[in-house]
Design a protein around this ligand. Structure first.
Ligand code: ATP
Ligand code: MG
Length: 415
């Protein structure tokens, strides 16, 4: 079948509305010339067919990376050589990033690195991609191309299927194991048995992958709506504990995901990972290392694991205290975490009202500072900080009710 026969126009399909984006139009008009062509590929096209949200836009181009850089420079467009070896340049147009990768074919692969050759063959480029649903291209006119021939159908059916023989494709790049489960977590229908078996058979090779790549895929995986099923499949296959370097609490994770969904809340990455496998500080440190997460995620997970153990009965006073100490959103997260840890089935209407109130609550400002104490005759020094700490605790415990005057009178007695 020729490419033309396999292509179709998306016309005014609302799921593809993003194709009228001005920045993307600029990209097309800048790069579609002198016989070169750009097409959108990957997540944006796949998600539009599935009906999922489109976030980043990846493109493939016949132009060599140097040419892409040169044309961008001429047009005054920022071009970042994000992965020149692999032919990837990131263009920033009107504040939006687009990844442009020159058409490729893999020359040599060892499961972790690939030596690539640039080419002009869309068909070959499609066949070196991982899953049929990821090898669909859209050109500037909104025409879809599916060189593998099964991508559009699989995307619509949410069928995550390797292009070609699953174990052979995994042997070229072991990250595809995690990507298989990640896409299942995002779109999940039935898990393809061949793909699953090949992933389980290759699990011993995952330790050779870089922490950044594992972290990027696992972070997307746990946030997927079908993450429970994906994680469960990985666990049954005996690979999850090794990836997380800990024993995962799958049922706790499932309870959290269910509770968040019942409350129409989106559980964020820190909350999900903490529910899944962080109980103590060391867990957070280890997990952040394995997934190469930023320190702010590690610290947030550490704080959550520590604070959740101190939570007693959940009432508005506690929620305000948590919001004051950790911020409104984290307060809500802590409540959910506490409930799922203790396996409590809350009254959803009441909980949802409590969470709404606390997320809208204006965190009060402690009405006292060091100057107030010095003006009252206290000598400057470390004791000022200690005093302020004690007074702040008393103020929080009073439900933020104590006034500055009352706090200052207490200061005398505390000295
Ligand atoms: P997302 O929407 O999460 O970005 P994506 O499919 O666009 O999903 P990317 O990591 O941005 O994922 O990759 C873009 C495209 O590059 C993929 O759709 C796929 O065609 C190809 N690709 C990425 N990683 C691999 C891989 N390890 N092996 C083969 N092809 C890959
Ligand atoms: Mg992408």
């Amino acid at each position: 079948m020729s490419l033309q026969e396999q292509s179709c126009l998306v016309e005014d399909d609302p799921a593809f509305r993003w194709r009228h984006d001005l920045a993307l139009k600029k990209l097309f008009s800048l790069m579609n010339r002198e016989g070169e062509e750009v097409r959108v590929v990957g997540g944006a096209v796949r998600n539009s067919l599935i009906g999922a949200k489109v976030s980043d836009i990846d493109c493939a181009t016949t132009a060599l990376p140097q040419k892409v850089m040169e044309w961008a420079a001429e047009a005054g467009i920022k071009a970042v050589p994000t992965g020149l070896d692999h032919g990837t340049v990131t263009l920033v147009i009107d504040g939006r990033s687009f990844e442009l990768t020159t058409l490729r074919r893999d020359v040599e692969t060892d499961g972790r690195h690939a030596e690539v050759a640039f080419g002009r063959d869309w068909d070959m480029d499609a066949h070196r991609r991982d899953f049929t649903m990821n090898a669909i291209y859209m050109d500037a006119d909104g025409r879809l191309y599916d060189p593998v021939g099964q991508g559009i159908e699989d995307a619509k059916a949410r069928h995550v299927r390797f292009i070609g023989d699953a174990s052979g494709r995994i042997g070229e790049d072991y990250l595809r194991v995690l990507r298989f489960f990640r896409f299942f977590a995002q779109y999940g229908r039935e898990m393809e048995p061949d793909g699953y078996r090949a992933c389980i058979a290759a699990q011993g090779q995952l330790c050779s992958l870089s922490a950044e790549r594992v972290g990027a895929e696992m972070s997307k995986l746990v946030q997927g709506p079908f993450a429970v099923a994906a994680l469960d499949a990985m666990h049954r296959g005996g690979m999850l504990s090794a990836i997380l370097a800990s024993v995962p609490h799958l049922s706790r994770f499932a309870r959290l995901q269910r509770l968040a969904a019942q409350l129409y809340q989106k559980a964020d990455l820190n909350l999900l990972l903490t529910a899944l496998c962080v109980d103590v500080r060391e867990d957070a440190i280890r997990l952040a290392g394995i997934l190469r997460l930023p320190n702010r995620n590690r610290d947030a997970m550490m704080r959550m694991a520590r604070t959740v153990r101190t939570i007693g009965s959940i009432d508005s006073k506690l929620l305000e205290q948590l919001a004051y100490e950790h911020g409104n959103e984290t307060a809500c997260d802590l409540v959910l975490l506490a409930l799922v840890r203790r396996q409590i089935n809350p009254d959803l209407t009441e909980l949802s009202m409590q969470l709404r109130d606390i997320s809208l609550w204006t965190v009060p400002v402690f009405p006292l500072n060091g100057r107030h104490l010095i003006d009252r005759g206290m000598k400057p020094g470390p004791q000022i900080g200690e005093q302020l700490n004690k007074l702040e605790k008393a103020w929080v415990a009073s439900g933020f009710a104590l006034s500055r005057q009352q706090l200052l009178s207490m200061a005398k007695t505390l000295r």
